[in-house]
Write a protein that binds this ligand. Structure first.
Ligand SMILES: [Zn+2]
Length: 96
């Protein structure tokens, strides 16, 4: 239900990764945006969760497909900081 027109209308939801950044009512056009601070703190906690669960995920990958893991791991380790910076830059540029 839209918090402006108080009707049940179709909504357009925009995500960045697993996070909702924007909800738009298609009836009245009202846009609810998640604040940058909330979004950044959610992304950071998401990264923390992913970082803590990384050893378990890596172990699963090694078990499931050892050859692919060996071939892709060095590149993924090197590109991780770059991917994190790009994700933050994308969120900040969309919200400004
Ligand atoms: Zn509305």
């Amino acid at each position: 239900m839209c918090s402006r027109c108080f009707t049940e209308a179709p909504t357009l939801i925009t995500y960045v990764g697993d996070s909702i950044v924007k909800i738009e009512c298609e009836k009245c056009g009202y846009v609810f945006r998640v604040s940058k601070a909330t979004l950044c703190s959610h992304l950071l906690s998401n990264w923390e969760t992913r970082s803590f669960s990384k050893p378990l995920r890596l172990a699963k990958e090694i078990r499931n497909d050892p050859s692919r893991f060996i071939l892709t791991f060095p590149f993924r380790v090197m590109s991780k900081p770059l991917r994190m910076v790009r994700e933050v830059a994308r969120v900040v540029s969309r919200e400004s």
